[in-house]
Design a protein around this ligand. Structure first.
Ligand code: ZN
Length: 198
């Protein structure tokens, strides 16, 4: 089922997600719906807050992204990142590695807005899986960026918080307008910026 994606201005986007203690049918169904919703919106990541659930749950799929490479290590060995997609992360914890780099990002909750965001080039992620196990992966490049963006969502942090102040100031009237529209129940149906929206 495709779920409505909440826009900037909805207070749930600012709510830290609760830890998921039990992976039951409700969580499995929610994750499946989030994957369907992310694909329908041509996004590469979606956090539970974006569909109205303040939970430590995010889904990602970078397999359609061709122009921004990703790397993945599973159990210390290089793996094809697309083989792990869609990726469902429950209660993820991340450790930032390497240098940071600036790259453009969009967000499914911010129609038509993009910005340059500084992120670590690599992350170690420990998370629970839908099957009840745990995974540890090392993600690099674009996948690392996407995971950091989603991990921020799970803590109520939005990509505009990480924009340089001049860039954010330049967007301020658009952000205010979007907030107002969200409060009035006006939804943007057009997708968004392809392939970099998280
Ligand atoms: Zn986002």
């Amino acid at each position: 089922m495709i779920l409505p994606i909440l826009q900037y201005g909805d207070p749930i986007l600012r709510t830290k997600g609760q830890r998921i203690e039990k992976i039951d049918d409700r969580i499995r169904e929610l994750a499946a719906n989030m994957i369907e919703t992310m694909h329908a919106a041509h996004g590469v990541g979606l956090a539970a807050q974006q569909i109205g659930e303040a939970l430590q749950l995010t889904v990602l799929d970078i397999s359609a992204v061709e122009d921004r490479p990703s790397t993945l290590k599973l159990g210390g060995k290089d793996a094809d990142p697309t083989s792990a997609m869609p990726l469902v992360l429950i209660n993820p914890e991340i450790e930032l590695r390497g240098e940071s780099e600036v790259g453009v990002e969009g967000c499914l909750s911010f129609p038509e807005i993009t910005g340059d965001i500084e992120r670590a080039q690599s992350v170690i992620v420990r998370a629970q899986t839908l099957e009840g196990g745990t995974i540890e992966i090392e993600a690099g490049k674009f996948l690392a960026r996407a995971i950091q963006h989603e991990h921020d969502h799970l803590n109520g942090i939005l990509f505009i918080d990480r924009m340089r102040s001049a860039a954010k100031a330049a967007l301020s009237s658009r952000l205010k307008r979007l907030q107002k529209e969200t409060r009035r129940g006006i939804r943007h149906r057009e997708p968004l910026v392809s392939e970099t929206t998280l």
